[in-house]
Design a binder for this molecule. Sequence first.
Ligand code: NAP
Length: 271
Amino acid sequence: MCNKVLRIEQTSLEKLFNALSHGLRLMKYGSSLKEKVAVVTGAGAGIGKEISLKLAEEGCRVVLCSRNKEKLKDIAELIGDDVLVVPTDIRVEKQVRSMICKTVEQFGGIDILVNNAGIIRYGEIEEFSTDDYKAVMQTNVDGTFFATREALPYIRKSKGNIVFIGSFDSNHPRSFNPVYAASKWWIKGFAHSIEAIFGKEGVGVTLVNPSEVRTEIPDEEGVAYSEKYREGEVLEPQEVAEAVIFALKRSGSSTISQLDIYRRDKLGDFF
Ligand SMILES: NC(=O)c1ccc[n+]([C@@H]2O[C@H](COP(=O)([O-])OP(=O)(O)OC[C@H]3O[C@@H](n4cnc5c(N)ncnc54)[C@H](OP(=O)(O)O)[C@@H]3O)[C@@H](O)[C@H]2O)c1
């Protein structure tokens, strides 16, 4: 009788122990973002806006940067507390440096940088204007470089995370869109190289590559993707934001190095 009770108690203790260690394992691989300081570029619309809202929901202190101050203020109002609006043109080195300084002055450091600001331009390569070429390269490439370079000392200190928003076009040649595609291949090369350099210090780097997302980004005719595509036809910005949060909540010794998030039939038609 006593042996049986003992056996039952042991079984219960084993169960409790197993449950506890399972819980600890989950905690280890699902870390909290509460009170992390997160800088989001291109936060005023589309994917950047949704990432900012989701980070705030997770308890982050969010720094909103893009050019249109009014749009940023509207998002800050939705968030409430612990949010900083810093209108920034990502192409301008001085503005990016000042945005990072304001962030550190306000919140004491940086845990997360989301390099999201980006634009698209279309055109046959022989007719592609120098202005369009510069606009894409200065925003997608220079801007990503400036923000990463300025934020890195703080992210290294916090052993934080850098997320790069690439594209389906980071992974494939694009015959109709070579300059945009090349800028996204640059982001892929830069992101993985930053991971190669700083991963060993504990910095987590993630490249997120979405296919079409219903945002303000325009098609060749200037129609916003949010109008061009019906709900359910392509990705919603919230889906990309969820992918970013998934990557950021990863802890332990691993990082989600690259996350390709495509509409289900994307590889079927390849456009
Ligand atoms: N939508 C898609 O289908 C799709 C697919 C794959 C990847 N992406 C990538 O996702 C990222 C976000 O795109 P989205 O679709 O969300 O575009 P979006 O709706 O047009 O939003 C772009 C955001 O970037 C900001 N921005 C543009 N130029 C800037 C600059 N010089 N300095 C600072 N901020 C700037 C814009 O604000 P201001 O104009 O006020 O500055 C806006 O907040 C981009 O890198 C894009 O390439 C999009």
